[in-house]
Design a protein around this ligand. Structure first.
Ligand code: 5GP
Length: 120
């Protein structure tokens, strides 16, 4: 999917829409999800224009990929999650119900998260 520069997370990155910022560095911005699915629910987004994990993994330079995932770990540590555990989720495409087409990783924690996937 072509990257839409006006998607909601692009606008958050540009400062056009407010967010509850948790962390920012050279590679990533992290902020609270507007509709939390767990006591801790933070989104981490890269600063480049990548529409999904697939796009990021195939198009981003290696230093950006490494820097981004180091940022995800740093955010989880900042939130105090590593000791009890946390879950990372990234949705790519329609079957995964991706709704915002700027690559993002969900960090979920703060309670026992149960099984991996909700069954219909
Ligand atoms: P996806 O379904 O694409 O993996 O996840 C998108 C996430 O973005 C959802 O969990 C949704 O609650 C969150 N979200 C959508 N719009 C906004 C917004 O304007 N601000 C914030 N902080 N989160 C948003």
């Amino acid at each position: 999917m072509a990257y839409d520069p006006d998607n909601i997370f692009a606008r958050i990155l540009k400062g056009e829409i407010p967010c509850k910022k948790v962390h920012e560095d050279e590679y990533a911005l992290a902020f609270e999800d507007i509709a939390p699915a767990a006591p801790v629910h933070v989104l981490v987004i890269p600063k480049g224009n990548y529409s999904s994990f697939n796009d990021f993994a195939t198009q981003a330079p290696a230093d950006q990929v490494k820097g981004f995932f180091a940022s995800v770990q740093a955010v989880a540590a900042k939130l105090g999650l590593p000791e009890k555990g946390y879950r990372l989720i990234t949705n790519h495409g329609a079957d995964a119900s991706q709704t915002v087409h700027h690559f993002h990783v969900h960090i979920l924690g703060g309670r026992s998260l149960g099984g991996l996937v909700a069954h219909e």
